[in-house]
Write a protein that binds this ligand. Structure first.
Ligand SMILES: [Zn+2]
Ligand SMILES: [Zn+2]
Length: 233
C-alpha cells in the first residue's frame, strides 16, 4: 500500500524496482532497469515473430492455419519487465520522454529498406484522450532516421474498438474487423510498406491492417513492433 502511494505521488521512484530514480533520459525507469531491456534472441516464428518453445518448428500454428497478409513481423523484445512498464508509461501515462529511447530500440532492429512507413492508427476519440499515438511517434522516428516517407493519412481507424486485453484470439479478430479504412489508396499502391505498432499480442490488429493495405495494392508489408506479448506455448 505504501509503495503504491509512493509510486503515485513520487513518480521519481522506478516503477520496476521501486528504488529512487533520479532525473535522466528514461526516468522514472531507473538506469539499471532500463539496461535490463534486451532484445529477444530465442527462436521465433519466421512469419509473425512469435517466440517459440524450440526452434524445431519455424512457422507457428497460427500462421499455418491462417496465413497473414504481411511478409514478416518482428518485435524487439518481450512484453514484460521494464519494457512493458516503459510502453505502458508512454501509452497510458503520457511519459513522452520515453518515446525516443524506445524508438531507438526499433532502429537497432534489422528491417528491410522500404518505400514508406505507416503506423497503426488510433480512433479519433482515443487520440484525443491520449493526445498522441505512440505508434505514430515510433513511425515518425523510424522514417526520419532512415530517410523513408511517412504516411499518416492513408490508413485510418473508423470505429472505436473495445480494448483487446483479456479477449481470446478469435474475439480479438472479431473486435478489430472492419475497424480500419483506406482514404488515399494511391499513396500505397505498388509500395513496400513498414507497418509500425507498439505491441504484437495475437497479431489481430496488424493482420487486419495488412490485409487492407494489400487489398488496396500495397506490394509487401513488413511489420515492426517493440514487444511481443505472447508465446506459442
Ligand atoms: Zn529500477
Ligand atoms: Zn507465426
Amino acid at each position: 500500500m505504501f509503495n503504491r502511494f509512493l509510486r503515485i505521488f513520487f513518480p521519481e521512484h522506478c516503477p520496476v524496482c521501486e528504488k529512487p530514480s533520479l532525473d535522466h533520459r528514461t526516468a522514472p525507469i531507473c538506469r539499471e532497469c532500463w539496461q535490463s531491456i534486451l532484445p529477444y534472441t530465442g527462436p521465433v516464428c519466421q512469419r509473425c515473430g512469435r517466440p517459440l518453445v524450440s526452434d524445431v518448428s519455424i512457422i507457428c500454428k497460427g500462421c499455418i492455419e491462417d496465413e497473414p497478409s504481411f511478409e514478416r513481423a518482428s518485435s524487439f523484445g518481450l512484453y514484460e519487465g521494464a519494457l512493458r512498464q516503459a510502453i505502458n508509461l508512454l501509452k497510458y501515462r503520457g511519459v513522452k520522454r520515453l518515446s525516443a529511447a524506445l524508438a531507438d530500440m526499433m532502429l537497432d532492429m534489422q528491417t528491410p529498406v522500404l518505400d514508406a512507413v505507416i503506423p497503426v492508427p488510433l480512433y479519433k476519440t482515443r487520440l484525443r484522450q491520449r493526445e498522441f499515438n505512440q505508434s505514430a511517434i515510433f513511425a515518425k522516428h523510424l522514417a526520419g532516421s532512415t530517410g523513408t516517407t511517412l504516411i499518416l493519412d492513408c490508413l485510418i481507424k473508423v470505429r472505436d474498438t473495445a480494448p483487446q486485453v483479456g479477449l481470446s484470439a478469435k474475439q480479438r479478430r472479431k473486435n478489430i474487423k472492419n475497424a480500419f479504412e483506406i482514404t488515399r489508396g494511391e499513396t500505397v499502391r505498388g509500395k513496400d510498406i513498414l507497418l509500425v505498432d507498439d505491441v504484437f499480442t495475437t497479431g489481430a490488429t496488424v493482420r487486419e491492417c495488412s490485409k487492407l493495405l494489400k487489398k488496396t495494392g500495397a506490394e509487401n508489408i513488413y511489420v515492426i513492433t517493440l514487444a511481443h506479448g505472447s508465446r506459442d506455448y
